[in-house]
Design a protein around this ligand. Sequence first.
Ligand code: F6P
Length: 330
Amino acid sequence: MGRTPRRFRGLERGATLPAVTLPPTESAESSDRPGRRVAVLTSGGDAAGMNMAIRAVVRTAITHDWQPYGVQEGYAGLIAPLEFGHIRPLEARDVGGILGLGGTVLGSARCPEFAQPEVRRRALANLAQLGIDALVVIGGNGSQAGAHALFQDGIAVVGIASTIDNDLEGTDITLGADTAANVACDAVDKLRVTSSSHRRASIVEVMGRDCGYLGLTVGLACGAEAIVIPEAEMSPAEVAERIEDAYRRGKKHATVIVSEGAALDGAALARILEAEHCTRIGFDLRVTVLGHVQRGGTPTIFDRLLGARLGHAAIERSEEHTSELQSPLN
Ligand code: F6P
């Protein structure tokens, strides 16, 4: 018997449509595939390449004769009452034309309440009612903690490590980190242009939560005078010394990269430099917080291919009935 595809709606009845929605299913009805039913969701901070991973999960599942389902807005969609329509079957065409888009067409959300067993029971009930016994969770640390809890609750889960922070244990590079690093690198290159015109030093704060990966890679790629990351803090005096050195060597600009997880954020560091080292450093200072722009990039080739490989491997791993929570390529 065919299932009538539903269009996604907002989390609450009558809520306005979210900004990003999947295109309507083109086929009149979803196929009633004989294989397993697998759902895919994206959770936590969005990351470029998630769409490629969704596409690969959906299309690989279909080639295995499984019925894929998309869950809108991460765990929030998974626990919402089924009649709200946040979990729906997907067809190959539903994920057409998304491979070059940043963000996630499924939408994402942070859902801290998912840590509570009674909240997860709503997800288990929804999955059971739809006959879904496998789940692919695309997301970062918090999302994979939720996936692990679901696994312990008895669902076959494969996690795809995806976050711009590149801070997941057991994974060399998370989906989205390469694009974010490229976006940040491009921004720092642009800042260098205007800094040089004005003979200024630029303090650039990058994301990464508690991890210095973005700060380190961007700082090295952009030839920063100083890189301040949580794993290797640098005192304001040492930063001042590096800036002063650049000034004395006749440079027209200096760049300092600060990870958001460092002890002092960009603004605090600038305040100390101006208050205590202003006569030494020569340059005028400006602070730029790159913020969420780092999450909005067009996926690089690296992230597109990684998303495709991980999405494909997630289904292969699900098929093997191995539901350990690790990168499916491991
Ligand atoms: O985990 C990704 C990330 O962008 C971190 O780098 C940052 O600290 C955080 O998410 C920002 O979260 P939000 O989008 O909820 O403001």
